[in-house]
Write a protein that binds this ligand. Structure first.
Ligand SMILES: [Zn+2]
Length: 182
């Protein structure tokens, strides 16, 4: 059976090609504010904007309900679709060709692999966001600057920071799930 080849390389290619501001703008009226954009969160009811999109980091974050992630997460949440579908739809929209090859892997096995990959990606984005945004991570940012890490390197390798909280990631994951059910 022919399967799309959704490896790391093609995922990064889609992520680079996808304009997160453009994608979010389909659902949210965004206003520029410094290096990022803000608007009313599409995942919870609010009157003043706490939803932020950062086009450099290619991520979004709502400080009201905790929804956040990359362009793939946004499309999955808002359209209620799976990771593979989100990738295909973004590839289509931003003219990235996904190669295909023959595979013996069963549909269930394939979905499981994709699911595990996506969970790891979500965790990676979460820790990366901590590093670049959290007040608590200021000393870590200073340390990395001292060691000669540029913003570009930090983004490229998805360097992250774990806050001093043993359940930080699980809280974000739970909030993200709740917001989808709401
Ligand atoms: Zn929200």
């Amino acid at each position: 059976m022919k399967r799309p080849v959704l490896n790391d390389h093609i995922k990064e290619e889609i992520r680079d090609a996808a304009d997160i501001v453009d994608v979010v703008s389909d659902y949210v009226k965004l206003k520029r504010s410094g290096n990022s954009y803000t608007g009313l969160c599409p995942f919870h009811n609010e009157k003043s904007p706490s939803f932020h999109v950062n086009p450099q980091l290619k991520i979004y974050k709502c400080f009201g309900c905790g929804a956040g992630g990359d362009v793939f997460n946004f499309v999955m949440e808002i359209d209620g679709i799976g990771f593979v579908e989100a990738m295909k739809s973004l590839a289509d929209r931003f003219n990235v060709t996904i190669p295909e090859m023959e595979s013996d892997e069963s549909e269930a096995g394939y979905q499981l692999t994709e699911g595990v990959y996506h969970a790891l990606r979500f965790a990676g984005v979460h820790f990366h966001q901590n590093l670049v945004e959290a007040d608590e991570a200021a000393h870590a940012r200073e340390y990395l600057t001292k060691r000669g890490f540029t913003t570009k390197t930090i983004r490229k390798f998805g360097i992250g920071y774990s806050l001093n909280s043993f359940d930080g990631l699980i809280k974000v994951l739970t909030m993200s799930t709740c917001s989808r059910r709401a």
